[in-house]
Design a protein around this ligand. Structure first.
Ligand code: FES
Length: 108
């Protein structure tokens, strides 16, 4: 049994050289929103959900991106209602939000 049931990593990387980076798409806002929704729903903590910051995950072309383990499902989103859907459907109910899954070919 894992310590956390699901562990989410949000890329919050900001590049200064003009290359695409997740911070250009308010990754911090999505991270903050996800963390507070997980807490509000009582999902946070041991045997539950942990939401962490990450540096570049090397899939910047699809930014903003986050990955959920143990399923290793990668997401990209447009707004906070998409984050709500990921929290409620995947993190709480275990159902992947297929429409927000990052296609396999998207890399840096
Ligand atoms: S800057 Fe976010 S994946 Fe690279």
């Amino acid at each position: 049994m894992s310590y956390y049931q699901r562990h989410v990593f949000f890329c919050l990387n900001q590049r200064a050289n003009g290359e695409a980076s997740c911070a250009d798409h308010d990754a911090q806002g999505a991270f903050d929103h996800c963390k507070s929704r997980v807490k509000q729903l009582g999902l946070a903590g041991k045997d539950g959900v942990r939401v962490n910051k990450a540096g570049c995950l090397d899939r910047c072309a699809g930014g903003p991106v986050a990955v959920v383990y143990p399923e290793a499902v990668w997401y990209s989103w447009v707004d906070q209602s998409d984050i709500d859907e990921i929290v409620e459907s995947h993190l709480r109910d275990g159902k992947v939000v297929e429409r927000l899954v990052l296609p396999d070919h998207v890399g840096r």
